[in-house]
Write a protein that binds this ligand. Sequence first.
Ligand code: NAD
Ligand code: UD1
Length: 333
Amino acid sequence: MNILLTGGTGYIGSHTAVVLAQAGHKVILFDNLCNSSNEVVGRLEKIVGKKIDFAEGDVRDTALLIEVMRTHQIEAVIHFAGLKAVGQSVADPILYFANNVQGTISLLQAMQQLQIKTFIFSSSATVYGEPVYLPYDEVHPTKPINPYGDSKLQVEIILRDLAQSDAQWKIACLRYFNPVGAHDSGLIGDDPNGIPGNLMPYLSRVAAGTLKYLNVFGKDYDTRDGTGERDYIHVVDLAEGHMAALDFLNKHAGLHVVNLGTGKPASVLECVRAFEKACGKPLPIEFAPRRDGDLPIYYAKADLAKQLFGWTAQRSLDKMCESAWYFEQMHNK
Ligand code: NAD
Ligand code: UD1
């Protein structure tokens, strides 16, 4: 298939591009490079051994999207493009709604004009909010606790109404848990600008010596070892989940909301230990107060993805840390 990946030079989009291209699909990346670099395109070409098409642009530019989709005879769209920093969304909610919601509307309008009706959306476990029960299954109430989460839920609502209005649409809302790790080549991975806010990229920098120690936010949560627990998922597993979702959509119309997680939470201290094993050295930590807005624990019920897509995450926490560490070393050579 000819598949447009908005946000295709970003972290999850680039890994998905590899999986799809290696499976014989033609991928076209569309990105405004606000949080990634076009260097990724060359790296992807190196990994897959063939040319990858890239168009620079903003998803709010409907006319450009129509032109790109027409030129490349696009048959399906995976929509990764979006802003994802929770703190920034609290400080500037309009930016988040303009980019994430307005951007999706523009994309859907372009698709509608060209009668392209297969769509995968990058949603997030953040749509669930405070757990009423765990693990979160897909029918758990949705009550996001920040504008980033609100923007994801608003898009999900638009997609629900769209699927109801026209039975030909084939839509998957994939609710990602915590994607970490990198491609085995070490050529692509998670490379945030500045001091990382997320645990795994922070640990990578501590291992590399560019940051002195990890602040462990909270040590007295009601969890196995007192530190926060999350459902970390290897980004290549996540990428494979997209291909499995696309195969499913090719045979099933309608809207499908599905968690992509492992179903197995890991604590901050377990992550530190796994990363120490990967890099072969102790990593200094200091306990710090709980981080505002953090939940003690959340993780996915991962059964629906298996049932519908025949997909389950395969890669262990050790593998996530090994690949993240390899990427960090390759990247800073
Ligand atoms: P990323 O920032 O690495 O990738 C997003 C890409 O979208 C970037 O390359 C950025 O330049 C591009 N982009 C942003 N706004 C755009 C616009 N208006 N037009 C065109 N391109 C634009 O992030 P990621 O981690 O790869 O996340 C991909 C998607 O998955 C996002 O929608 C994010 O909200 C969602 N998500 C991510 C996580 C996570 O932890 N990484 C978890 C849940 C959901
Ligand atoms: C964050 C986002 C969430 C997003 C998710 C995707 C916030 C509040 N939430 O979630 O919306 O979907 O990333 O990956 O930003 N930790 C430390 N020290 C650190 C960093 C993190 O102890 O320096 C702990 C946190 O307290 C948490 C765990 O590590 O218990 C994971 O944190 P993080 O990687 O930031 O992910 P989330 O908080 O789950």
